[in-house]
Ligand binder design. Structure first.
Ligand SMILES: [Zn+2]
Length: 168
């Protein structure tokens, strides 16, 4: 397994539209394993392949406190089940250090393939619903800062650009 480099906003590669996975083969399983290691190391609760500069529709997640519930979503498809929105303070490994409120549908149906390539469905609510919507946005080149005002997003962008320059 390997720790992968996480792209940070405003890196333009985060805007790439990820392609569907044709077959869940050893290469994809290796990617999944590396993404879990990268996510746990960060530490984070969700990671999309886009964030590690692999533009395939793969998401990993673990919302447990003790890393006991790894979830894999390959080619995830979402369908909102309600017009009711929930607000949650979101953060992102690609936007380190910033947390902002975002509104999203409260309940979504998720269809995806697992690590074994088998299709499954689930109804997501609460943090799981927030997280899967946030991660699927990544696969479509979208970030949670896109939901904020231009002013807030620009402020975050400038602060991160400054940090990146300092660390270069
Ligand atoms: Zn994110």
């Amino acid at each position: 397994m390997a720790i992968l480099n996480i792209l940070e906003f405003p890196d333009s590669r985060l805007r790439t539209l990820a392609k569907p996975v044709d077959a869940v083969d050893d290469g994809i399983r290796q990617l999944v394993d590396d993404m879990f290691e990268t996510m746990y190391e960060a530490p984070g609760i969700g990671l999309a392949a886009t964030q590690v500069n692999v533009h395939k529709r793969v998401v990993v997640m673990d919302l447990s406190e003790d890393r006991s519930e790894p979830r894999v979503f390959i080619n995830p498809e979402l369908e909102p089940l309600t017009e009711e929105m929930d607000q949650y303070q979101e953060g992102c490994l690609s936007v380190p250090g910033f947390y902002e409120n975002v509104d999203r549908p409260q309940r979504v149906k998720v269809k995806a393939l697992g690590r074994d390539g088998q299709p499954y469905e689930l109804i997501a609510e609460g943090l799981l619903a927030v997280c899967i919507q946030h991660e699927c946005d990544h696969l479509n080149g979208k970030l949670f800062v896109d939901y904020l005002s231009n002013l807030k997003r620009d402020r975050i962008k400038k602060k991160l650009e400054k940090l990146h320059k300092q660390n270069a």
